[in-house]
Write a protein that binds this ligand. Sequence first.
Ligand code: MG
Length: 214
Amino acid sequence: MKLDGNLLNNVKGFLDSQEGQGLYDIALEASRLGPCLEVGSYCGKSTLYLATACKENNSILFSIDHHRGSEEQQPGELYFDPELFDPETGQVDTLKEFRKTIKTAGLENTVVPMVCESEVAARLWATPLGLVFIDGGHTYESAFKDYNSWVGHIIPNGYLLIHDIFKDPQMGGQAPYHVYRLAVSSGLFKELPMIKSLGVLKRHDCRDVHQYLP
Ligand code: MG
């Protein structure tokens, strides 16, 4: 594996290394099926894991983030980081850090950054995807929009990964888990073992479909 441990330690982010390793392993399989896409790249920690795997298969990672920080990262909120605040614009700005991360890792020819809301990126999207990783806003509205925007683009045998799944409300917000349950109840996916708080769903092969018909 060609992940750079030093670099990973120096990138800001909320991804556990075991979850990151899971992203890498799954992306290594999924990027053979089609390009991968992540929603919520922040400073690029998850991007490093996913894109390093994509690069090994000469694939592409589309990486979506408006880079203005999610709801809980705004000034005064729990996950606000003053180092990521741009006084000139009076807004959080994670794009500069993100660009630095992918340049340092040599991933500029693998990652396609998309600086916008994920539902805008999805509006005219037509490329089938081998993997979608959802780790954007954690309100019900944001999590649902991200799910709804991308779930239809995942190809058979492709993966839907959702970060911050907490079945116990004491452990964390419930919006990602709510979306995870929606995906499971759609009947489109097989539930695979979670990796810490990373939910792993694999889209059924078309050939399996008779099992799910009434
Ligand atoms: Mg997360």
